[in-house]
Design a protein around this ligand. Structure first.
Ligand code: ADP
Length: 645
């Protein structure tokens, strides 16, 4: 079924349940529903998109990122764009030549109105042709850049999907977002305007230089050797000065925004401590610095524009003197002098435009470099080229002399040995920071151990494909993440092909039936803002149902620390019992009631296993767990990881 179809299903479902009057989501009114049904009928059924994703990038995806390679994916658009640029730069320059022809053959020698009219019409015709081609060129480069950007965005996103957890812990989310926003946009700007303008203006300058030399070598030489170097030198100064202004303004506006956001977020503290006056003074200071940067940029622009105009005029005056002298000595005719001046006027514009485009080029170049670096990162947890698909497992998990540290110089786990039998549930208990979650993260290869091995059914997890491993090892994180979409799509997240019956069963198993029945849209009710309208307990139940639907062979559950009320606790414990039936499980237990129900308890402290046994054995032993249990009972059952053993 296409997208249109599935959307229709959800929509009608929401409507049907919307009949319950008085609820916040009253559903869609009947009069609107007719229109909506009509609209849905005309909605095209889009074919299912086939997405290719493998942990190891294919040959093509491993190619070094360069602008040329990005563009060459669309050779037709690229060729069309280049051809149009050439045509435009030629047609645009025909005008003055026609003027010269009209002066010499229509005014000076033959005095023929017909020649003048034909030249004028040709002039107009060519100008119209050039306008048409310019429109085409903008459209072609627009299409080319949108396609290239589309490909690039998907390529970068795919790379994000491949990278390992450590990458996302090290890099700030804001910085990663800027790869997708400002860097990709810089490139878009470069492809859309930068390259074509550079080519167009560059080509125009070459064409005009040739015409100038063909018209008169001496005058052309004066222009190229005296006026152009002056203009270029001045433009280079402008480029540096305006870049400095741009960077200054960029840094200072960041300070303004930082100050603004701090004042807004902290408005309660500001008001409570009577800081308003002082805050205004401070803000005036940063805004003033930003103003100074803008004033500087304005001054640089004010110098550059009129000064280049002045250089142009001085050059023209000089050339008029030399050219006039040549006319008087019959080395040049008047028509040639006029045509020379007409081209000269068109010669200075491209120099200024090229200087302005230079910034776009530089920004595009550094963006390409940053994106290339990102695409060339190899995930720390990667698949071997010969990785095999892990067959359906029984669920035996073995930690064999495992050592691990997030940073080389800070070991977190040392020499851990543990075997979890198929179907066995093992609770990890111990103080915060002991290494419980880290052990769990090693089991499904969020990280790789620095020494020793982790085995699943006797197979080293490093030798199997990540997909086949993670399908069989389900993880329920401490703070379940809910995605934009409905309750249904969130439940079937790990197995989108789950049938409606299976989803309904999962809802019953985790005890969500009452909530779902109560919601206006049932399972199709949208989840707001990562589930903020649901209670912590309900979010946990949703996460359990998600794991239940995904049917993993082994379950790794990081128990929620947030204190659940007694009712939610009982519901979740019942759900857990169903979920664990016939499965091996690692439970990072914060409540010792959960630990007590496990087949075995492993006490972890300071990166190693200090005690291990059934709950009864450990209590009888009177060791760390027994002390912890006593303290926990005395504290009234709060988070066990905060109780010192
Ligand atoms: P527990 O689950 O027992 O509370 P963890 O396994 O989460 O403990 O953490 C063990 C140690 O590793 C702690 O000292 C913690 O600060 C550190 N740690 C956890 N995650 C990271 C990380 N991503 N980068 C660096 N250090 C980490």
């Amino acid at each position: 079924m296409g997208w249109g179809g599935s959307f229709g299903g959800g929509f009608v479902g929401a409507h049907a349940a919307g009949g319950q009057a008085g609820l916040p989501f009253g559903g869609i009114p009947d009069e609107l529903m007719d229109e909506a049904t009509k609209l849905l009928a005309t909605e095209p059924v889009r074919p299912k998109s086939h997405v290719h994703f493998t942990q190891r990038p294919r040959e093509k995806e491993r190619e070094r990122l360069t602008l040329a390679k990005l563009l060459l994916v669309y050779p037709k658009w690229l060729a069309a764009g280049s051809a149009l640029v050439i045509i435009i730069s030629l047609t645009l320059q025909a005008g003055p030549l026609l003027t010269e022809y009209a002066i010499r053959h229509g005014m000076e020698s033959h005095k023929s109105l017909a020649v003048i009219v034909v030249c004028a019409l040709l002039y107009l015709g060519l100008a119209l042709v050039s306008v048409y081609f310019q429109r085409e060129q903008v459209e072609v480069t627009g299409k080319l850049s949108s396609r290239v950007m589309h490909d690039l965005r998907i390529r970068v996103f795919t790379q994000f999907q491949r990278l390992s957890l450590d990458f996302f812990t090290e890099e700030k989310a804001g910085v990663l977002m800027s790869r997708m926003t400002s860097d990709v946009e810089n490139l878009q700007q470069l492809i859309q305007d930068g390259i074509s303008q550079f080519a167009l203006q560059g080509l125009t300058m070459i064409v005009i230089t040739i015409i100038l030399f063909l018209t008169n070598v001496e005058l052309a030489a004066w222009t190229v050797l005296v006026v152009v170097p002056l203009l270029i030198a001045f433009s280079i100064w402008y480029h540096h000065a305006s870049e400095k202004g741009y960077l200054l303004a960029r840094d200072r506006i960041a300070l303004v925004l930082a100050d603004l956001s701090e004042s807004l977020y902290g408005i309660r503290v500001v008001t409570a401590h009577n800081r308003q006056r002082r805050n205004i003074r401070n803000h005036r200071h940063v805004v003033g610095a930003y103003r100074d940067a803008n004033v500087y940029t304005g001054r640089v622009n004010a110098i550059y524009g009129p000064s280049t105009l002045m250089i142009g005029i001085l050059g023209q005056a000089m050339l008029l003197g030399i050219g006039g002298h040549m006319v008087l000595h019959h080395e040049l005719n008047v028509a040639q002098l006029i045509v020379f001046f007409l081209y000269l006027n068109r010669f200075f514009g491209p120099i200024q435009l090229l200087v302005q485009q230079y910034t776009t080029l530089q920004q595009g170049r550094s963006s390409i470099i940053r994106l290339r670096e990102l695409l060339e990162i190899t995930p720390t947890v990667d698949e071997l080229p010969e990785a095999m698909v892990l067959p359906t497992i029984e669920g035996r998990i073995t930690f064999e002399n495992v050592g691990f540290g997030y940073r080389a110089d800070e070991p977190v786990l040392h020499d851990v040995n543990l075997e979890i039998s198929p179907g066995e549930s093992v609770a990890f208990v111990g103080p915060t920071g002991a290494g419980k979650s880290t052990m769990a993260k090693l089991a499904n290869r969020f990280y790789d151990p620095t020494s020793g091995r982790v085995l699943v059914d006797g197979v080293d997890v490093k030798t199997v494909t990540l997909h086949s491993l993670r399908t069989q090892l389900g993880v329920v994180p401490q703070e379940p993440f809910l995605f934009a979409g409905s309750i249904r799509t969130n439940l079937s997240f790990g197995r989108p092909e789950a049938s409606d019956d299976e989803i309904e069963t999962a809802v019953d198993v985790v005890g969500l039936r009452e909530l779902v029945n109560h919601l206006p849209g049932g399972l199709d009710t949208p989840v707001h803002e990562r589930g903020q309208t649901l209670s912590a307990g309900e979010r946990q139940q949703l996460a359990l149902a998600r794991a239940f639907l995904a049917r993993p062979r082994v379950l790794i559950l990081d128990e929620a620390t947030s204190s659940l009320d007694l009712r939610s606790e009982t519901v979740i414990e019942r759900a857990l019992d169903r979920l664990l039936e016939g499965r091996s499980a690692i439970l990072i237990a914060h409540r010792l009631t959960t630990a007590q129900r496990a087949d075995r308890i492993v006490v972890i402290d300071d990166g190693g296993i200090v005690e291990m046994g059934t709950p009864e054995e450990l209590l009888a032993l009177g060791g760390a767990y027994a002390v912890m249990y006593e303290a926990w009972l005395a504290s009234g059952g709060r988070d066990a990881s905060r109780v010192t053993p």
